[in-house]
Design a protein around this ligand. Structure first.
Ligand code: NAP
Length: 490
């Protein structure tokens, strides 16, 4: 990779629209502007529009006005818009990756991987737009016919987090457009730039004005609250923390909104004694270190069979300890900064709590001095049962390794959490694999692999990791209503 220059950084930042996108127009925010920061330096990158409550309401007005026209657009045409946007993102992958690294911090190679992953949702749903169908059947008593059809849900509010600035948007926007829904999108205030670029790309791809409206705001609750209680809104799709998800569900109950909730995780990573330990360490590195550990799917706890636990921990520590930490734009960097000081302080607190209760750091265990929010890759062993990091989402580059003695103990430990997003399992015994997969209380399982995300698969959790699925055949269903018609043939 060639070194990225300050002028290249300046150029990609210049291209980003800094305004709100409402009804097909780029407009200023009525609350002024808000600053977007580079987490690797703590310095400001650009200022963007700060929406007022009235701006947000205008965005919903535009979505409501555009609704019937967009629902009537030919599915093929909706698919073609998504396809063109996919092509445009692919063609501009390098500049979009740089932009993402600047606002979020992850290394360029990981940003490129997210651009490929995120844009693939647009391609996948461009193909699904023309596969929305219904049923025709004879009533069981032979009298009359039963007709079912799928229709767009209507105006949606899509709220996304900062950790995957593009993909968390395309997982919602792709199926919403394919289904014929209009929307108001509210990205996280820390990483709005990738989504602003996506809105511009969709506009250039021919998305009619008013279908996608984008608001950026310094106060999420102030701007989205009135939309959630507006009777014209039909659906809320949220990706973020379980804590905020709970609040939004409460608010959404007023209108009985359709909901999709992609919330927090606490993924167990289980390694049995029959596993290929080197393959497990390789998978563990991906499951733990992708996105600097700031992923809902990040392995949060490593449960390893006692006979191989020490070997696994040492090999993982060796690999994690040799990873290059630095600004994501620099050559060879594998671990960028955490998103902000609050996040880093939370990671440090969880490590300090575990160490104070008896855990031992094989590598790392410290925040880095200097600018930016860096935390050293850390492997902990001798984890006490009451360590907070066994129950809380770490969201950082910290891997606690804990031994287990048998299958029942491993499964019990894995399920001992309020979350249920994903689990990882390493074993070469196919019978054990299926037995354990069936007992794991999660929406997804990585079997002998450290990554599950795939646009063609249904992503989502159970328990307090939420409900609803993004991607796969299931993804578009979240944006469709089923209407049944009783047909009288007498
Ligand atoms: P967050 O604090 O819950 O914020 C997520 C989004 O909600 C942001 O756009 C935020 O806006 C907005 N928000 C916050 N409070 C709100 C309120 N009272 N009303 C309306 N909107 C509100 O989560 P985060 O820290 O950005 O993201 C990390 C979390 O997301 C982790 O728990 C992670 O596991 C989860 N996550 C889950 C998935 C999944 O698919 N299951 C995927 C990725 C991440 P502001 O930026 O303005 O605060």
């Amino acid at each position: 990779m060639s070194t990225i220059t300050a002028s290249q950084e300046h150029q990609v930042l210049e291209q980003v629209p800094k305004q709100l996108y409402i009804g097909g127009e780029w407009v200023d925010g009525n609350e002024g502007t808000l600053a977007v920061e580079d987490p690797a330096t703590g310095e400001g990158l650009v200022d963007i529009a700060d929406a007022s409550v009235d701006d947000a309401k205008r965005a919903l007005d535009a979505a409501v006005d555009a609704g019937p026209g967009f629902a009537a657009m030919a599915p093929r045409e909706r698919g073609e818009i998504l396809r063109r946007a996919f092509e445009a993102i692919t063609a501009r992958a390098d500049e979009l990756a740089l932009l993402m690294t600047l606002e979020m911090g992850k290394p360029i190679a990981e940003s490129k991987a997210e651009i490929a992953y995120g844009s693939e949702f647009l391609r996948w749903f461009s193909e699904q737009a023309v596969r929305i169908d219904g049923r025709y059947s004879v009533a069981p008593n032979g009298q009359g016919r039963l007709l079912t059809m799928k229709q767009p849900v209507g105006p949606c509010l899509l709220i996304t987090p900062w950790n995957f600035p593009l993909a968390m948007g395309t997982r919602k926007i792709g199926p919403a457009i394919a289904a014929g829904c209009t929307m108001v999108v509210k990205p996280a205030q820390q990483t709005p730039l990738s989504m602003l670029m996506l809105a511009k790309i969709l506009e250039e791809a021919g998305l009619p004005g008013g279908v996608l409206n984008l608001i950026t705001a310094s106060s999420a609750s102030r701007t989205t609250g009135p939309l959630i209680s507006d009777p014209r809104l039909r659906k809320l799709s949220f990706t973020g923390s379980t804590e905020v998800g709970r609040k939004l569900m409460e608010q959404a109950s007023e209108q009985l909104l359709r909901l999709s909730m992609e919330l927090g995780g606490n993924a167990p990573f289980i390694v049995f004694e029959d596993a290929d330990v080197d393959a497990a360490v390789k998978g563990a590195l991906i499951a733990k270190m992708r996105n600097i550990g700031e992923a809902c799917t990040a392995a949060n706890r490593f449960h390893v069979a006692a006979p191989v636990a020490e070997q696994f921990a040492e090999k993982l520590a060796e690999q994690m300890g040799s990873m290059k930490v630095g600004r994501g734009t620099e050559d060879g960097v594998e671990v960028g900064p955490l998103i902000d000081d609050t996040q880093r302080a939370k990671v440090a607190e969880l490590v300090e709590d575990a160490v104070a209760k008896g855990a031992r750091a094989l590598v790392g265990g410290h925040a880095r001095d200097g600018a930016g929010y860096f935390y050293d890759p850390t492997v902990l062993t001798d984890i006490p049962d009451d360590a907070s990091l066994l129950r809380e989402e770490i969201f950082g580059p910290v891997a606690p390794v804990k031994g287990f003695s048998d299958e029942d103990e491993a499964v019990a430990a894995a399920n001992d959490t309020e979350f249920g997003l994903v689990a990882y399992l390493y074993t070469r015994d196919i019978k054990r694999a299926l037995r354990v997969v069936e007992r794991l209380e999660t929406g997804m399982v990585g079997l002998n692999q450290g990554i599950v995300s795939n646009p063609a698969a249904p992503f989502g959790g159970i328990k307090q990791s939420g409900f609803g699925r993004e991607g796969g055949y299931e993804g578009i269903e979240e944006y469709l209503e089923t209407k049944y018609v009783a047909v009288n043939l007498d």
